[in-house]
Design a protein around this ligand. Structure first.
Ligand code: ADP
Ligand code: ZN
Ligand code: ZN
Length: 741
């Protein structure tokens, strides 16, 4: 028996399977997916690798084939489907095989389990008394102390005895040996859900909801496995539909994966699933410890977990009988991995569903152009949920032209309309959310004389001005004191064009001194607890106004909020990539969805210098369909995804000269490819962010109708650069990118 093995060394030269012999003693033990120790290289140093294939024959010189040494200690096997997914990811997005394998491995190694140990008396109290006296006579004080307690309690926790009672393990062991006590061990799983199971409210589905559930179930009965897109405004009952479909799969003995964006992975959201399904629900997220992850993996393997909730990595849960994958907020850009391999969870989920004969459910209030496009073409089945179930209407939306505000002499960040509505809500004790597109680019500082923007010397992004008087870089953390003198023209007219969350808070304090505010941005939410605590404080009405970045627009149900202000819509509109319009529209609609979830109707104010922008207009009308029609025309015209396909080749390195050179060499190489006529090429050029943390960045964009042609370009670049043995530069691939580079 022979095994093809991918070695665990990230080096392009070694990025191919190596063949090893499976020694007889390991036959039947080693399987595809096993992690093994193998002698490697001239020195036969032991390294690890993954078996991706077992075979009976071998085409190489048998005398040169080495034996696998052993299964790696404490290793975790990759399931067959996960290996297939790794292959798909490697082919579709590019990367080394080992990186693709590591991407799909839920846990890399076993972690020692936590155990609860108890010391239990084996003798009755009278006999214990006798042994205790004996111990005391022999001055075995620790034993005597323990025995005297056991007379009273019979059964005590081991850690209490060795801790608080200061009895040594030796002392306990000698009692075990003499048959006086025994030790009982129970394994405890580190359960990431640390809440009591709340009461579930059984809900009768509406006709609209029931139709979706019936349709999917009928398809499954008929042996059809489709992808379904549920387009439903926030609060229209999508989650309820997911839960019904999941419940039906569980009844069939199957398992479910539910993806939600990491940022929406909150207590509120988990609680609904936990209330309905109890302990069979588990969760995985990036802030869990290795131990917690491993325990979830074991619980999955033991069949105790049937529903895994988490961000994109939850896809790689090794279920043995998966039946359904749900992707909520499917338009979210966090479903795209930002490291190589840059896979999209939606596409990988589709593949996983094919491999496992499962159905895929996508849901969103503002579907991605990708999904809606496929739904329109009948590739996905499309369903709409049009009304809010909690009985209230959609908010009224006002667009305020900030140019007019300036003309009218209003220098506040708040338009007169927004100011008036804020005042009204504060008087009525209703809550307000002020939403700002993002941190970082906001709050930049520039010279009013010459226009010079003060930038980070390492990252080529504008520094933002913080209240502590420092200018800070949000990429690398660089900071310098704010100095009003312009480095270019030496005028003293350097001022902030601020629109950061802090600045908005300052304006609120100035204009509404009695209002209580909470601020939520990457600074104030370093930890998940911070995030949860801000949300729950706001939910408990401990503040009137919540000010925050896109973090706050995700699925939270604040019943007290009746006003949402989108303070600087332009920051979303003016991004430099083809998805800017889509992202802006999504954000406006999602933010509006936060208003009026309770009994009182909501209002939304969008402030912008471009009131005629189509994303603003259609957001105002809450008309996804009309937005889609306009946006897809633009994509069609320029052959951007989802109509065409786009590959961004990202070239980075420390030395500018070498990075420029490499990008032009790659570009020439692409020009000489036989398929050159079938693809479009833009660049090479500097990336939007030309330098980040002292690394220079260049891009080449390739367009084609045919994704496979892009893969050919990627393959060509991969094989060539492998030969060149690049050590200083990195080439990465981003297919149909979600964000600029
Ligand atoms: P979405 O996921 O689309 O935002 P949810 O499933 O969270 O919508 O539903 C929004 C609210 O409406 C929730 O409070 C939910 O309990 C309630 N709800 C959902 N379906 C129904 C129904 N059929 N009848 C009554 N209330 C419902
Ligand atoms: Zn920087
Ligand atoms: Zn200047």
């Amino acid at each position: 028996m022979y095994a093809e093995i991918i070695v665990d060394i990230s080096h392009e030269k070694l990025d191919r399977p190596f063949t090893y012999r499976v020694p007889e003693r390991l036959e039947g033990v080693i399987e595809e997916g096993s992690k093994v120790d193998i002698p490697f290289g001239a020195g036969n140093k032991l390294i690890t690798g993954y078996v991706i294939k077992l075979k009976e024959t071998c085409d190489y010189d048998l005398s040169k084939i080495k034996d696998i040494s052993d299964i790696s200690k404490g290793s975790v096997k990759a399931d067959e489907n996960l290996i297939k997914l790794a292959t798909f990811i490697r082919k579709t997005y590019g990367s080394t095989q080992i990186n693709a394998l590591k991407t799909v491995m839920p846990v890399k190694k076993s972690v020692k389990q936590e155990v609860n140990r108890r010391v239990i008396a084996k003798l009755d109290p009278d006999k214990l008394r006798f042994v205790a006296d004996e111990a005391e006579r022999k001055h075995k004080n620790a034993q005597a102390r323990l025995l005297n307690e056991l007379i009273k309690y019979n059964d005590m926790s081991y850690s209490f005895i060795t801790g608080k009672m200061n009895v040594s393990a030796q002392a306990i062991n000698s009692l075990v040996k003499n048959d006086v006590v025994r030790i009982e061990t129970e394994t405890v799983y580190r359960n990431p859900i640390k809440i009591d199971r709340p009461e579930d409210s059984k809900i009768e589905l509406s006709d609209e909801q029931q139709k979706i559930v019936d349709d999917v179930n009928n398809d499954i009965k008929d042996g059809k496995r489709n992808t379904y897109l549920i387009h439903g405004i926030t609060g229209s009952g999508k989650t309820e539909v997911y839960m019904h479909l999941i419940e039906d799969r569980i009844k069939e003995g199957k398992q479910a994966i539910m993806l939600i964006p990491e940022i929406a992975l909150t207590y509120q959201n988990l609680m609904r699933f936990y209330a309905r399904f109890g302990d069979m629900v588990s969760v995985i997220h990036s802030k869990m410890t290795a131990g917690e992850r491993y325990d979830q993996y074991l619980r999955v393997k033991e069949g105790k977990v049937k529903i895994m909730i988490g961000p994109r990595s939850a896809l790689f849960t090794p279920f043995d009988n998966l039946g359904i994958v749900v992707i909520d907020e499917e338009h979210e850009s966090s479903y795209k991995a930002d490291n190589m391999p840059k896979y999209h969870a939606r596409e990988v989920a589709k593949k996983l569903c094919e491999l496992t004969d499962s159905v895929l459910i996508l849901g969103s209030a503002t579907p991605s152009l990708e999904s809606y496009y496929l739904a329109k073409q009948g590739v996905y089945k499309l369903y709409k949920l049009n009304s809010r179930l909690t009985g209230n209407t959609l908010p009224s939306i006002y667009v305020e032209d900030m140019r007019e505000e300036l003309k009218a002499g209003n220098k506040s960040v708040f338009s007169r309309k927004l100011h008036e509505l804020m005042k009204d809500r504060l008087e009525k004790h209703e809550q307000i959310i002020l939403f700002l597109n993002r941190r970082g680019i906001s709050g930049f500082v520039s010279c009013r004389e010459c226009g010079e923007v003060i930038k980070c010397p390492h990252c080529d992004v504008s520094l933002s001005h913080h209240r502590d008087g420092m200018l800070k870089c949000h990429y690398c953390g660089y900071e310098e004191p704010f100095n009003k003198i312009c480095p270019k023209c030496h005028s003293d007219k350097v001022r902030g064009f601020k629109a950061g969350t802090q600045m908005i808070e300052d304006f609120v304090k100035k204009e509404f001194p009695y209002a209580l505010t909470l601020r939520m941005d990457a600074d104030s939410t370093k930890k998940q607890e911070d995030y949860e605590s801000i949300l729950s404080r706001f939910s408990n009405r401990e503040a009137d106004i919540l000010i925050g970045t896109q973090m706050i627009v995700k699925g939270h149900d604040f019943k007290g909020v009746t006003l949402v202000g989108i303070v600087a819509a332009d920051m979303a509109l003016n991004c430099e990539d083809y998805r800017a319009g889509e992202r802006a529209f999504q954000q406006f609609v999602q933010a509006s969805g936060r208003a009026g979830r309770g009994d009182n109707p909501g209002e939304v104010v969008i402030q912008t210098y471009q009131p005629d922008h189509y994303a603003v207009n259609f957001a105002k009308m809450q008309d996804y369909e009309a937005f889609y029609e306009d946006e897809i025309k633009y994509r069609e015209m320029l052959m951007y995804p989802p109509v065409g396909n786009l590959l961004c080749v990202q070239i980075t390195g420390e030395e500018e000269r070498r990075v420029v050179k490499l990008s032009s060499v790659l570009s020439d190489m692409i020009d000489k490819m036989p398929i050159r006529e079938d693809i479009g090429k833009i660049g090479p050029a500097n990336a939007t962010l030309t330098k980040k943390c002292d690394i220079y960045r260049r891009v080449i964009y390739i367009k084609s109708n045919d994704y496979d042609k892009l893969i050919m370009v990627k393959d060509k670049i991969e094989t060539e650069t492998e030969k060149w043995n690049l050590t200083k530069e990195t080439v990465m691939f981003d297919f149909n990118p979600m964000n600029g580079f």
